[in-house]
Design a protein around this ligand. Sequence first.
Ligand code: URA
Length: 231
Amino acid sequence: MRLDKHLHQCIGISRSQASQLIRAGRITINGVVIKSGAQHVSELDHILLDGDPFDAPGEKHHYFMLYKPQGYVCTNEDAHHPSITKLFDLPHANKLHSAGRLDVDTTGLVLVTNDGQWSHRVTAPRKQCDKTYRVWLAEPISPDTEEHFAKGILLKSESQPTRPAQLEIITATEALLTIHEGKYHQVKRMFAAVGNHVTQLHRERIGSLILDPTLTEGQYRELTPDEIQLF
Ligand code: URA
């Protein structure tokens, strides 16, 4: 969405008032002053007015954990697959976004909110919280994989190796992998780099928050105040 439209919707000001704020250099996105209303913004951007976060007046924040099924995307802009927001039977569902993304074919824990500052804290690279994935593989896991992942490996088209990750082997073709960052398709690319192929992927944990075992695929529940405070 364009920045001026985003400000218009969030703060309830007209498009021309939004343009004035932008031209006056009062808006930053991820720490950079932006002077064009046409700038594209997404739910992951950290947008400040005069150095402060803003919300639509009176808007209540909502925080959920969702058990994402396969076939849904974590963005609102995909021509081929429904958005996870379609799983929420709520009047304000179209204002929700996910804090971080899973691939369309990945299942498991996704945090969903309408609080952009909070989702920024969940996903900020500086604070990257651990994420644990259950991984099923096409080939038996080779004995040196655990060591490779613990040391960090250089993925195709990256300049830095992955941060040390912990692999717990469950069976020859199933494992738990805990990573401390969120590069694009990271888990699939890590196994590809050691000559294996992920056939199924499921996220069980983000930080100390575990997918509620009472939820089934497609179900969600509100986070408790203590869970919201974890991030
Ligand atoms: N790593 C992946 O490869 N895919 C996901 O959906 C999440 C992590």
